[in-house]
Design a protein around this ligand. Structure first.
Ligand SMILES: NC(=O)c1ccc[n+]([C@@H]2O[C@H](COP(=O)([O-])OP(=O)(O)OC[C@H]3O[C@@H](n4cnc5c(N)ncnc54)[C@H](OP(=O)(O)O)[C@@H]3O)[C@@H](O)[C@H]2O)c1
Length: 218
């Protein structure tokens, strides 16, 4: 297993609770972490992605956690919101691969973020299901095309990352925990540990790591 010592890791979507934890854990393990949020790198804009790639130079690892949400009944979906959701999770990460692929050092890896909604659809989550499934498919296809650069996806289950904060949070998370085979919801630390494993295991590529407490099965 390779280590993160002195490796350059770019975390995109760093405002995410899970992204912040990945940055902290990777830094603790000796990585040089570059965290970028939407203000510095908006995945809806290819010119910004191209300029970022030129600025960042050589790197070892990339994680993209960006997600924009277009939830609600399909009959009420807003086309622009749907487009932004695909930009954040599918089109933007593909453009990151386009512009950053030449900059990866040997042994490098990309990790895209999918999510349990792709495998456990629910009403009002059509766009979430489609973007997460597309992210997993893109990771597999990129792994084949960009080899030996490794590319994987990580599919979290319901994680108490801050995204669920608000009215009804406790009852929602309790219900999920009771149903999950793991009998709990995820923490950012659970997901971070799996993300760093996916980046550093040299025989892992083209796959989706389900870190969901078994939530996609029930
Ligand atoms: N938490 C869960 O239960 C769960 C479950 C399944 C999958 N996931 C996936 O895991 C990942 C992390 O989740 P999370 O809960 O920690 O965080 P999250 O709240 O989903 O964070 C998403 C981040 O993406 C950023 N973003 C949105 N559009 C962007 C764009 N166009 N360009 C750049 N950044 C953009 C947001 O920035 P702003 O702050 O500027 O809006 C936000 O910081 C996401 O991909 C999510 O879909 C999470």
């Amino acid at each position: 297993m390779t280590t993160l010592q002195n490796k350059k890791l770019v975390v995109v979507g760093a405002g995410s609770g899970i992204g912040r934890r990945i940055a902290v854990d990777a830094t603790a393990q000796g990585a040089q972490v570059i965290s970028v949020g939407r203000p510095e790198l908006d995945l809806t804009d290819e010119a910004t992605i191209r300029a970022f790639a030129e600025r960042v130079g050589d790197l070892d690892y990339l994680v993209s956690l960006a997600a924009d949400h277009a939830n609600g009944p399909v009959t009420e979906l807003d086309r622009d919101a749907v487009h932004r959701a695909f930009d954040a999770k599918v089109i933007g990460p593909i453009l990151l691969a386009k512009h950053l692929a030449p900059h990866f050092r040997p042994g490098g890896a990309i990790l895209l973020f999918s999510g349990v909604a792709a495998w456990r659809p629910a009403p009002g989550r059509v766009v979430m299901a489609a973007t997460n499934a597309a992210a997993a498919a893109a990771a597999a296809a990129l792994a084949v095309e960009l080899a030996p650069l490794r590319v994987n996806a990580l599919s979290p289950g319901i994680v108490d990352s801050g995204v669920w904060d608000g009215p009804g949070k406790d009852s929602f998370l309790t219900a999920v925990a009771e149903r999950n085979p793991a009998r709990r919801v995820g923490t950012p630390a659970d997901i971070s540990a799996a993300a760093l494993l996916a980046l550093t295991n040299p025989f892992l590529t083209g796959t989706t790591l389900h870190v969901d407490g078994g939530g996609r099965l029930v």
